[in-house]
Design a protein around this ligand. Structure first.
Ligand code: C5P
Length: 430
């Protein structure tokens, strides 16, 4: 079979249910599919299956305790580059600890530290499974973006025939592949539960759907239009694509997003609050009234630098014998700088710099001048990226210098990577 999980790091958590023996087959299947499997067990699980079995199957040491001198496996490094963490079987006790945020062993600590998608396969006695505490814990975890594979019905170790069985390893494997965007054709009937909400949200393997939960984010996007008279205006070629892609990516990782947008020809993503504006002054008014309640503000709008001193009430007429028309332009307010300079309720502030020359120096001086936390530079002199194109290539700076470079790729992917970087940088400042 083709190695469908090639280059995937999967953390397999085994807690102390009798079904722990099935996790051995699951581990073997995942390895066979090419995954790099790292097993973490609870102490209880080690009474049911030996660590040595998983060490032999996965080819890696198996972690149990946080402070074990012998193991030296850190809960952080365990999940750091993981594509997925799956707990199979997940006992009532482990589910309760996950829900409460308890980190008293290597598995529960790794769960709290995980930013990758996390899946659990509850398996236990039917009464423990039906208990209101377990049910509420499962619901809470689902709400927080954890994927839950419902237990199967059948003979349980306690002798009754009811729900609570760990699904067969092949089914758990299919569940994992589905989450990771891979499809496996199985000989057994698929028992895959209906995709829960996070599945449709997880359009990227980079983002945990709950990564931005609870964050309020405002994004400015599109051009502004500065009227000269009732029919003419000054504007620019911004399509709004980058700002709208950022809004979608922030929304997809659970943030509450407000998009303050100049006139564009694209639809705002579902679930995003859209505030439509026209001029830079309208945009400033909208941003000013909302910025204080945001955690993060991103200025992706191409705001017109100047506007006409006055807007003619009637259409400006061509005059016979007059070959020149002088427009008196005045500077527009700098919206993102006004956010960056807020003295109270200042959100984490991110700006964009569209540059054509001395790009890095210009971006870095803009970061300082506008009091930004991060600036995203794109070189608009390059034809294939920037204004109105579907692709972009960006470099990100903070006050200490370059923090990331994302090579040319679709704006949607750039947006997802930027969102991850922005949220991580924001959280690091808390
Ligand atoms: O100064 P410049 O226009 O190059 O700066 C770009 C950054 O500043 C972008 O983040 C843009 O959204 C923001 N900006 C703004 N208000 C302006 C001009 C730019 O918010 N008047």
């Amino acid at each position: 079979m083709k190695a469908r999980l090639q280059n995937r790091k999967i953390v397999l958590g085994v807690s102390g249910g009798i079904a722990a023996y099935k996790a051995c087959t699951l581990c073997r299947l995942l390895v066979k599919l090419g995954a790099d499997v790292h097993v973490v067990m609870t102490e209880a699980a080690t009474h049911l299956v030996g660590k040595a079995t998983f060490e032999a199957l996965s080819g890696h040491p198996v972690g149990v305790e946080i402070f074990s001198q012998a193991q030296r496996i850190s809960h952080i490094s365990l999940v750091k580059d993981a594509d997925l963490m799956i707990i199979a079987p997940a006992t009532a006790n482990t589910l309760a600890k996950f829900t409460a945020g308890i980190a008293d062993n290597l598995m529960t600590a790794a769960f709290l530290a995980a930013t990758c998608p996390v899946a659990v396969a509850p398996a236990m006695n039917v009464n423990m499974y039906r208990n209101a505490a377990t049910q509420e814990n499962i619901q809470t975890l689902k709400r927080r973006g954890v994927y839950v594979l419902n237990p199967a019905s059948g003979p349980l170790a306690c002798g009754v025939n009811a729900e609570g069985r760990l699904p067969e390893p092949e089914e758990i494997c299919e569940f994992i592949c589905t989450i990771l965007g891979e499809r496996l054709t199985l000989k057994v009937d698929p028992l895959l539960p209906k995709p829960q909400k996070p599945l449709e949200l997880m359009q990227t393997k980079l983002l945990n759907p709950a990564f931005g939960a609870g964050l309020k984010v405002l994004i400015t996007a599109g051009p502004t239009i500065e009227d000269l008279d009732p029919v003419r205006f000054i504007s620019n070629r911004s399509s709004g694509k980058m700002g709208y892609a950022l809004a979608l990516a922030f929304k997809n990782c659970g943030a509450e997003v407000t998009l303050v947008s100049g006139p564009v020809n694209i639809k705002a993503p579902e679930g995003v609050k859209l505030v439509c504006v026209r001029s830079a002054q309208d945009m400033l008014t909208a941003v000013d009234s909302l910025a204080g309640e945001q955690d993060i503000v991103v200025g992706a709008a191409a705001v017109a630098d100047y506007r006409s001193l006055s807007v003619a009430k009637d259409k400006i007429k061509k005059q016979d014998g007059v070959d020149e028309l002088c427009l008196h332009l005045i500077k527009n307010p700098d919206i993102i700088a006004s956010v960056g300079m807020r003295e109270v309720n200042r959100p984490y502030t991110v700006g964009f710099a569209a540059e054509t020359s001395h790009t890095e120096e210009n971006a870095q001086s803009k970061l300082i001048r506008k009091h930004l936390d991060l600036i995203v530079l794109n070189n608009v002199a390059k034809k294939e990226i920037g204004f109105d194109s579907n692709d972009n290539e960006v470099t990100v700076f903070n006050k200490d210098g370059k923090v990331a470079h994302f090579k040319t790729q679709p704006k949607s992917i750039i947006a997802e990577r930027l969102v991850k970087l922005i949220i991580e940088s924001f959280k690091a400042c808390l």
